[in-house]
Structure formats: structure tokens, C-alpha cells
Design a protein around this ligand. Structure first.
Ligand SMILES: NC(=O)c1ccc[n+]([C@@H]2O[C@H](COP(=O)([O-])OP(=O)(O)OC[C@H]3O[C@@H](n4cnc5c(N)ncnc54)[C@H](O)[C@@H]3O)[C@@H](O)[C@H]2O)c1
Length: 340
């Protein structure tokens, strides 16, 4: 297949680029490099032993996307490009609606103009918000509690409406739970500049002595050890979910991508301590507003329709994440953007 990957220089996108190339697909990447790195694309190419085309551009530039889609003529678009910090979305909501909603609208316009009729969209479990009871099925109540989650929900609704208007169009929204881990070689993974919102990158920051200690937000939740429980999914499993979703027929579909297993904050800290072979300082602080006690996927629909099931456990996630972190103590570094 010819596949266009938006946001392919980012964490999950670069692993998807690697996997698509390794499977023999022809891959083009568009990324504005705001939070991504050319070095990630390069590593994906090295690991796969094949090259992708790279275009540095913003997906909000519809005319450029139209030219790119005409040129590439992809059979599918994997749409990862977007901003992902919940905290930043609360402080800068318009920035999130601009990149995530306006960016997706621009992409859909360009796809309509060039008759590209298949998209796989990176949605998020944050759309479930506080109204749902874990495990969350795709039919669970939707009530995102922050602008980031709302931006994902808006794009899902846009895709649903667009599919209703064009029966030949296929849109799959994949609701990721908590993607973690890295390529087992340690060459592709996640690095967050500044203070990460997510637990695992924060723990790694503590191990690397960028932060003093892990803050556990509340230990009085109705969970076995009182800390919040989340469904962590290895990024390799996530990428396989995208490959499986490439086969979905026309219409709008939505799938949870999670393991169905929850781990508490204490359990994740213990697993990381084993992975990196050192003690990780931590302290319990006040609950964080907007956090739910338990967020776990019901992955039955993806298993049934896509034949997809997560394979990796928490230890593999921690070991792979740590291997990448050890090899990239400062991330990929900023690579000069000289691509065409
Ligand atoms: N990582 C997670 O925890 C998580 C969870 C649920 C959903 N998601 C979604 O998955 C997608 C990928 O996440 P990630 O963790 O790889 O994030 P990331 O920040 O590592 O990658 C996103 C990429 O998109 C690019 N980008 C952002 N805005 C752009 C624009 N307007 N035009 C072109 N490129 C743009 C960035 O430069 C970056 O390379 C995002 O849409 C995110 O919201 C991520």
C-alpha cells in the first residue's frame, strides 16, 4: 500500500513508519517537526532498511496537502499529527482546537479534494472522561473533561459525519489508552521536553535526575493500593492495531486500543525499579482534578473485528522504555530541518 503518515516524526508515528516500511508499504511522512524529529524518521528507516519520503509541512496548510496527496496518491492516511498535552490544552485551548481540530479538517478537505478515502485517526481514551465506568467499551458514555479530550471527540464526530455523507469513505478512530514503551532496539521511543504529563516519561525523568521524585496524585482512590489504575499499552501493540485497522471497510468505526489490564501507580514504579535496577524516589500528594480512579479498556471489539490483541506486558513496556531513555538521555536532540 501507499500510506501517508501525518505526525510520522513523533513518538507513535515514527514507530508506525518503521512498521509500515518493514511490512513493505510505501510510506510518505508529513510533519511540521514542532514536537517531532527527523532523527526519529531516520532511525525508522535504518531499522526497516528502507526509506520513506519526508515533507516538512503543517497539516493546516490545505493547499500543500492537496499537492502532496496528488503527488503521493496514498490508499490510506494514518493521522497522528496533533498536540497531546492535557495540561497545555487547559492553558492554551485555542492552540489545541487549531492543531487538532482545524488540522484534521484541513486534512479531510484535502482528502476529499483528491479522492483519498481511508483515514485512521489517533483518538484517545480521554474522550470517556469521568462519566464512564471501567472497563470502558466504545459505547460507554462520552464526556471529555479537558480541551485535549474534546478536540479528539470533535474530530471523531467530524469523521462520523463525513462518512455518512460519502459511503465510500472509511474512517477508523482508535482510542488509545496509555501508550508507553519503545522499539526493543532502543532506537525509537518517547522523549518529552519539559515536565511530562504522563507517568512513565515522568518516572524516567526522575531516574535521569531531571526531576526530584515521582508525585503520586492521591492514594485514597477505591483501588487495591489507593493509587490510580491505568491501562498501559506497548507502542508496538498500538502500531499493530493500526496495521489491522487498514483492513476495515467503508464507514465510521471506533476501537479501543488497550490491554484490558490495569496497573496502579505503585505497580508501575515497582516495575520501572526492576527495569532500571535502582530505587525511584516518590511521594504521595493531593489528588489531581480531572483524574479518574480507574481507566481500563474493554478491548473486545478490536479483538472481534480486527483480530487484534495486545501482546506485551508491563515489564516489557518498562524495559523497552528504559532502553530508549538510556540511549537518548536528551531525546533525539534538535535536528536541522532541511528536508524537502
Ligand atoms: N502518546 C500518548 O499518550 C497518546 C495517547 C492518546 C492519543 N495520542 C495521540 O496520538 C497522536 C500521536 O501522539 P504521539 O505521542 O506520537 O505525539 P508526538 O507529539 O510525539 O507526535 C505528534 C507529531 O505531530 C507533529 N505535529 C503536531 N502538530 C502538527 C501540525 N499542525 N502539522 C504537522 N505536524 C504536526 C509533531 O511535530 C509530532 O512529530 C497524537 O494525535 C496524540 O494526540 C497520544
Amino acid at each position: 500500500m501507499r500510506v501517508l503518515v501525518t505526525g510520522g516524526a513523533g513518538y507513535i508515528g515514527s514507530l508506525a513508519v518503521w512498521r509500515l516500511l518493514a511490512l513493505g508499504h510505501t510510506v510518505s511522512v508529513v510533519d511540521n517537526l514542532a514536537n517531532g524529529s527527523l532523527a526519529a524518521v531516520q532511525s525508522a528507516e535504518d531499522l526497516a532498511g528502507r526509506a520513506a519520503d519526508f515533507v516538512q509541512a503543517d497539516i493546516r496548510d490545505t493547499d500543500l496537502l492537496i499537492r502532496l496527496l496528488r503527488d503521493v496518491q496514498p490508499q490510506a492516511v494514518l493521522h497522528f499529527a496533533g498536540l497531546k498535552s492535557v495540561a497545555e490544552s487547559v492553558a492554551l485551548p485555542l492552540r489545541y482546537y487549531d492543531h487538532n481540530v482545524q488540522g484534521s479538517l484541513s486534512l479531510l478537505r484535502a482528502m476529499q479534494e483528491t479522492a483519498v478515502r481511508r483515514i485512521i485517526f489517533s483518538s484517545s481514551a480521554t474522550v470517556y472522561g469521568q462519566a464512564a465506568r471501567a472497563p470502558f467499551a466504545e459505547t460507554s458514555p462520552i464526556e471529555p473533561v479537558n480541551p485535549y479530550g474534546r478536540s479528539k471527540w470533535m474530530v471523531e464526530m467530524m469523521l462520523r459525519d463525513f462518512c455518512a455523507a460519502d459511503p465510500a469513505f472509511s474512517a477508523v478512530a482508535l482510542r488509545y489508552f496509555n501508550p508507553v514503551g519503545a522499539h526493543p532496539s532502543g532506537r525509537l521511543g518517547e522523549w518529552v521536553a519539559g515536565a511530562p504529563n504522563n507517568l512513565l516519561p515522568y518516572i524516567i525523568g526522575v531516574v535521569q535526575e531531571r526531576f526530584e521524585r515521582v508525585r503520586i496524585f492521591g492514594d485514597d482512590y477505591p483501588t487495591p493500593d489507593g493509587s490510580g489504575v491505568r491501562d498501559y499499552i506497548h507502542v508496538l501493540d498500538l502500531v499493530e492495531g493500526h496495521c489491522a485497522a487498514l483492513q476495515v471497510g467503508p464507514g465510521f468505526s471506533v476501537y479501543n486500543l488497550g490491554t484490558g489490564i490495569g496497573y496502579s501507580v505503585h505497580e508501575v514504579i515497582r516495575a520501572m525499579q526492576v527495569a532500571c535496577e535502582r530505587a525511584i524516589p516518590h511521594e504521595v500528594v493531593e489528588r489531581r482534578s480531572g483524574d479518574v480512579a480507574i481507566s481500563i479498556a474493554d478491548p473486545a471489539r478490536a479483538r472481534h473485528d480486527l483480530g487484534w490483541q495486545a501482546q506485551y506486558d508491563l515489564m516489557a513496556m518498562c524495559r523497552d522504555a528504559w532502553r530508549f531513555a538510556e540511549q537518548h538521555p536528551n531525546g533525539y536532540g534538535r535536528v536541522a530541518a532541511g528536508a524537502s
